[in-house]
Design a protein. Structure first.
Length: 50
Protein backbone atom coordinates (compact mmCIF):
# COMPACT_ATOMS: atom_id res chain seq x y z
CA UNK A 1 0.00 0.00 0.00
CA UNK A 2 1.37 3.38 -0.98
CA UNK A 3 0.31 6.78 0.26
CA UNK A 4 0.58 9.96 -1.79
CA UNK A 5 -1.28 13.24 -1.36
CA UNK A 6 -3.38 11.65 1.40
CA UNK A 7 -4.61 9.00 -1.04
CA UNK A 8 -4.01 5.33 -0.47
CA UNK A 9 -3.00 3.33 -3.52
CA UNK A 10 -2.45 -0.33 -4.16
CA UNK A 11 -0.59 -1.75 -7.15
CA UNK A 12 -1.63 -5.22 -8.27
CA UNK A 13 0.84 -7.07 -10.48
CA UNK A 14 -0.94 -8.45 -13.53
CA UNK A 15 -0.43 -11.85 -15.09
CA UNK A 16 0.25 -10.41 -18.55
CA UNK A 17 2.78 -7.97 -17.12
CA UNK A 18 2.55 -4.49 -15.67
CA UNK A 19 0.45 -3.41 -12.74
CA UNK A 20 -3.03 -2.10 -12.08
CA UNK A 21 -2.98 0.85 -9.69
CA UNK A 22 -6.12 1.46 -7.67
CA UNK A 23 -6.72 4.34 -5.28
CA UNK A 24 -9.14 4.72 -2.41
CA UNK A 25 -11.04 7.10 -4.71
CA UNK A 26 -11.79 4.23 -7.12
CA UNK A 27 -15.49 3.60 -6.66
CA UNK A 28 -15.73 1.65 -9.89
CA UNK A 29 -16.05 -1.89 -8.55
CA UNK A 30 -15.88 -3.24 -12.09
CA UNK A 31 -12.36 -1.85 -12.37
CA UNK A 32 -11.42 -3.42 -9.04
CA UNK A 33 -12.86 -6.78 -10.14
CA UNK A 34 -10.98 -6.63 -13.45
CA UNK A 35 -7.73 -5.83 -11.65
CA UNK A 36 -8.20 -8.73 -9.23
CA UNK A 37 -9.20 -11.05 -12.07
CA UNK A 38 -6.04 -10.12 -13.99
CA UNK A 39 -3.78 -10.31 -10.96
CA UNK A 40 -1.11 -12.97 -10.78
CA UNK A 41 -2.55 -16.26 -9.45
CA UNK A 42 -0.65 -16.19 -6.15
CA UNK A 43 -1.94 -12.72 -5.34
CA UNK A 44 -5.44 -13.51 -6.57
CA UNK A 45 -5.72 -16.48 -4.22
CA UNK A 46 -4.48 -14.28 -1.37
CA UNK A 47 -7.03 -11.55 -2.18
CA UNK A 48 -9.83 -14.09 -2.42
CA UNK A 49 -9.03 -15.46 1.01
CA UNK A 50 -6.78 -18.40 0.30
Amino acid sequence: MLEMDNRKMIALPLEEGGVAVLTDKDVNLGMVRMAVKGAIPELRSYLMGG
